[in-house]
Design a protein around this ligand. Structure first.
Ligand SMILES: [Zn+2]
Ligand SMILES: [Zn+2]
Length: 256
């Protein structure tokens, strides 16, 4: 049975997504395509963006629906080994229900794959050890310019040559801290910047991660309304890999 979980959706409120992505539009489309649990997760890259999240929250509260809609946020490191623009106080005051985040840069001009991977590794671990985080977003996504600066084989090789001990560490950190590793539709599987071989390598990587007990989850990373539903493709991948039910994380409403 389809789970219909999408933990990563952007909106027009913070200009992360385009104008098709108002909260009511997202909820109506999600209902129409059978999604059951969705998280609205715009970027909070700087604290000056914080106040606008109140509009997202109030729109979520205003729309009547039978599906579960979570008020969320996507965090990004403000510098290499730096911090998120986030705190326990903000978490409490705004009542964010799903917090996703991770690294959005290589933070190096080096073409040494090991150096690039080590930087990713440190940030993955730091993210999953952060008690405020629910989801580590799109591991090994890089922006178009960065990907274009090297031949496709370079990125394929980065994924293919991840050492076993790293995969194990990430899997254990995710399970122990209940921080799911996101399998992202638009940043990875629907991203034409990456080669088909990269995606194949990525599936093999997911197999290693889930085989080591990692908690995973599905996110569209929609920046347009028509990207909603791409999580069904991701569900198909997880199903094909035989990821056990108890390793697929889903957000829950805190009752009481
Ligand atoms: Zn992101
Ligand atoms: Zn995103």
């Amino acid at each position: 049975m389809q789970k219909g979980i999408d933990c990563h959706i952007h909106t027009f409120y913070q200009r992360c997504g385009n104008e098709t992505l108002s909260v009511p539009n997202i909820i109506r489309r999600a209902e129409a395509i059978g999604l059951r649990k969705i998280a609205i997760t715009d970027h909070l890259n700087h604290l000056d963006r914080l106040e606008r999240f109140r509009y997202i929250k109030s729109d979520i509260d205003d729309v009547e629906t039978d599906i579960e809609v979570f008020f969320g946020v996507e965090l990004n490191y403000q510098s290499c080994d730096g911090d998120f623009a986030y705190s326990e106080e903000i978490h409490e005051e705004f009542g964010f229900e799903v917090v996703i985040g991770g690294i959005h840069s290589t933070y190096t001009d080096s073409a040494d794959p090991e150096e690039i991977r080590d930087i990713q590794h440190r940030h993955f671990m730091k993210t999953m050890q952060n008690p405020l985080l629910d989801v580590l977003v799109h591991p090994f996504w890089f922006n178009r310019d960065t990907v274009g600066s090297q031949p496709p084989e370079f990125w394929e090789e980065i994924i293919l040559s991840i050492p076993d001990n790293m995969v194990r560490e990430w899997a254990e950190a995710s399970a122990k801290n209940r921080c799911a590793i996101e399998v992202n539709a638009d940043a990875i599987f629907f991203n034409t910047t990456f080669s088909d071989k990269f995606r194949e390598a990525y599936i093999a990587f997911l197999k290693r991660l889930s085989g080591s007990g990692a908690l995973v989850t599905t996110g569209s990373d929609a920046h347009d309304i028509n990207a909603l539903g791409r999580t069904y493709y991701i569900e198909g991948i997880l199903h094909g890999l035989g990821v056990p039910e108890d390793q697929v994380w889903k957000p829950e409403k805190v009752r009481g």
